[in-house]
Design a protein around this ligand. Structure first.
Ligand SMILES: [Zn+2]
Length: 383
């Protein structure tokens, strides 16, 4: 009995285990079915909420961020006004160079420290084109201003059809200015003159100045910058010239408005002076804000050329180091150093040549004007 009982007991237990296993299997199946069903429902629900599912277009697919660990770093554009964007070489200048260059500041209070090598001067009468007149063979100018003068007056002639411009004064020697000054004192009986610049203090000593008049005018004041001549007032900066004694700046220049007196300072300086409405006194002061330490003035010229401009004070009268950027290949950029005729140097570095084409000029009239002998008798201004 006991055995049977045991036996029965075992069987019962076996059956119970079988039932439990079956139950578990059923449960697992049910759970699996429920889960599958839930998953299907969820998927269906998701699809319903996502309007893009099932579309073939991938325009809204968000791609994972590209793995750019192997890509070279993209160079940020250099800040061309910062010293850190360049490597440098250096040149030296001394006190004797303060009066050399296109940006010398000369006025009634600042004597011209330089001395033009007269062999460098050109005779405008020999170099000019047919678009304008010149007083006679005595009118001289430095070559960089000569080229700019020819280009400016040719374009003026093309733009306006007006050829009635005459250059009546250019470079003056100290001796010539002395003569003008002495004549003025003899005439007035005074000990000094407010009308005639003292010898050494005339901007005409620089060889970078022209005075205009008209061919058929009666006084040197005929060129007043109005009418057709407004073109020259408005465009001269493109050629590197500035009207040196503009109206409203008399207290800074010490000279009354002279619409006929043009000074070559070169581009891009003339452009900056035009943009900021600065006379040369203001510009020379302004440019001192830009140094190798504080940052360069970046200027884009009308033809798209890019320059940096900066100031270096004269720190050693014998040998002041001036730092000039070098290109990647160690060669120098085109650069110019001009003394300011007072206390330092202005550096102009051409980083990039512009690509803008100049406007085409009409051919010059072959029957262009020639010298006007009568015009030689016109008086001059004496600044
Ligand atoms: Zn003048």
């Amino acid at each position: 009995m006991a055995q049977r009982r045991y036996s029965t007991g075992k069987r019962k237990a076996k059956i119970r285990y079988k039932n439990v296993a079956l139950l578990l299997a059923v449960l697992i199946l049910i759970v699996a079915l429920i889960c599958g069903s839930c998953s299907a429902i969820k998927k269906s629900k998701d699809n319903k909420d996502d309007p893009d599912v099932g579309k073939t277009s991938d325009s809204n697919v968000t791609l994972p961020p590209p793995d750019d660990s192997d890509e070279p770093e993209i160079n940020q554009p250099l800040d061309l006004t910062k010293q850190t964007s360049y490597r440098f070489d250096s040149v030296t200048r001394g006190q004797g160079d303060l009066g050399v260059g296109d940006l010398t500041l000369v006025n009634n209070n600042i004597k011209f420290l330089g001395k033009v090598n007269e062999d460098d001067l050109v005779v405008i009468r020999e170099k000019k084109n047919g678009a304008y007149w010149v007083r006679d063979y005595s009118v001289l100018i430095l070559p960089e201003a000569m080229d700019a003068l020819n280009a400016m007056l040719l374009d003026f002639n093309t733009a306006t059809g007006n050829g009635n411009v005459m250059v009546r004064s250019g470079y003056r020697t100290i001796e010539y200015q002395q003569q003008l000054y002495d004549d003025e004192l003899a005439k007035t009986g005074a000990v000094s003159s407010a009308l005639v610049a003292m010898p050494g203090y005339s901007e005409h000593h620089t060889g970078l100045v022209v005075d205009f008049t008209t061919y058929n005018g009666s006084t040197y004041k005929d060129f007043d910058g109005s009418g057709d001549y407004e073109w020259i007032m408005n465009n001269c900066h493109k050629y590197g010239f500035v009207n040196r004694y503009p109206k409203g700046k008399e207290k800074l220049t010490y000279i009354d408005n002279e619409p006929w007196h043009f000074r070559y300072v070169g581009t891009p300086h003339a452009k900056v002076m035009k943009d900021y409405d600065y006379c040369l006194e203001e510009y020379i002061s302004f440019i001192k804000n830009y140094t190798i330490d504080t940052g360069f003035l970046l200027v884009e010229d009308d033809d798209g050329s890019k320059y940096i401009i900066y100031y270096t004070p004269l720190t050693d009268p014998e040998s002041t180091s001036i730092y000039i950027p070098v290109k990647e290949d160690e060669t120098m950029y085109d650069y110019e150093i001009s003394g300011n005729n007072v206390d330092g140097f202005i550096v102009t570095v051409k980083l990039e040549q512009g690509t803008a084409q100049p406007e085409p000029s009409a051919p010059v009239d072959p029957t262009s004007p020639d010298e006007n002998p009568d015009a030689a008798n016109q008086p001059q201004d004496n600044q």
